[in-house]
Design a protein around this ligand. Sequence first.
Ligand code: ARG
Length: 596
Amino acid sequence: MEIADKILHAVRAGVEELYGQSVGEGVLQLQATRPEFEGQLTLVVFPLLRISRKKPEDTAREIGEYLVGKVPEVVAGYNAINGFLNLSIATSQWISLLQEIRQDPTYGFVPVTEESPLVMIEYSSPNTNKPLHLGHVRNNLLGWALANVMQANGNRVVKTNIVNDRGIHICKSMLAWLKYGNGETPETSGKKGDHLIGDYYVAFDKHYRQEVSQLVEQGMDEETAKQEAPLIKEAHEMLVKWENNDPEVRDLWRRMNEWVYAGFDQTYKALGVGFDKIYYESETYLEGKEKVEEGLAKGLFYRRDDNSVWADLTKEGLDEKLLLRSDGTSVYMTQDIGTAKLRFQDYPIDKMIYVVGNEQNYHFQVLSILLDKLGFKWGKDLVHFSYGMVELPNGKMKSREGTVVDADDLIATMIADARQMSADKVNKLENITEEEAQEIARIVGMGALKYFILKVDARKNMLFNPEESIDFNGNTGPFIQYTYARIRSILRKAGDVDLAALDTDTELSDKEIGLIQHLHGFRDTVRQAGNDYNPSCIANYCYELVKEYNQFYHDFSVLREPDEKKRRFRIALSAAVGQVVRNGMGLLGIEVPERM
Ligand code: ARG
């Protein structure tokens, strides 16, 4: 039983014995004792005055006496301040709580069983015409962390991705490659496949703009020129061929997409993220059409004179939404309906979470209503995990102009910077090899990037500041990783100590008790992160815990403590902090190094 439950149980019995009346459920409240008072848990006695018919202070004192007399193994002492009964918890309780945490390698996590609810999380969802950028990095890190958090809260999680692999954008890259590529491949050029395709997307745009300005010079107005430029017409023709299954176009499309996927896979691997099931828009968009026809037959949607199909959402306070164009082709929304259908066929989904930027808030509001109308039981409560924009200090990310912050470049820079920043420390480590130093740099560089992004409330726009993220002091990944490495070093030096049998009468300081309480709070933090879909509270928890541990480490000796009991207790406490930090950072997808 939890310490708080033991106390509440005893208080209930005490009130009955003292005042002859039982306390209703939910009346009793325990809270953390304020720092200016002695004790760790405080009972608020005001709600009991009705029963005790005594002054607050007297009621508190009587209950305090009762507790100390009846359950001395739990309550070691008390002080009564007005209506607040501050309780000092017996050392043995703290020690056994510490041991409970230490002996459960996944303390704070709810186990997952076959019967657990199934949560599908979609994240990343790139388009195949260009490499991943900083915005995707934020998306991927959030998606991965959220998936871990949901799993730690006892859900079966399926991580999924919907790749937008078809459409005009990929035709643009294909066309430019045919025209200007001279058969270039990732092998011949040594370029990563996604970068190669991205380069042709940029090339298309460059030539297309030249064509448009030529037409404008010849006297055409700009809007017409944009539609009449030969390149864009050709791209549209290619899309029609694609839709009609033209073998040559399809072959080229498959070949170029394969290049892109090989590139994406490398980036995902470097980010430490992955998927259980990947969907492709080329395979889902036709399903969407079918589903819309179905809804049309049921009278959920309507057809206009020009043959286009619409959903009227004015009753829901939204507008009318196009689902099929007059030529029968599908739109973005249609694709999402089709994807939902396939996913539900594949998995018994209880909850669906979409990790997609906040510029698509409206889209998901509409999607939720449409899926609900179409009979998806999780449609109404679908979660759009909406996040804000991320920028580097020097301006916005722009994808077409080539000034976008590329994910691969960013990752490489972070690791190189980490190698440089930690060179002094790392090079001094005993028997360090270049290989290990490089591995530490990878862990620290990625930790800096991930932590800096994940500690921020996802809904907020943010600035990613590489220098600040890698600072070894402050609210950063490397600061937390460094403390973890320090703990590991203490444990290595401690060698073979028996931590299984701690003495329950070890004298504990407030700092040490505070740390155990903080460790205990990990469970609630994991719960909160799951309920609020908020990985940032895990990040902030880890930071606060590590800060508190460092204060303790500054004020107390661990290995040099002469009292054997205390020394063993402190080693165990350090081990528990290390374990919880590793698990907490693990939820965020952040590794922690053995030394650094
Ligand atoms: N590929 C889309 C884009 O780049 C994002 C897809 C989001 N997911 C979805 N189910 N609509 O904007």
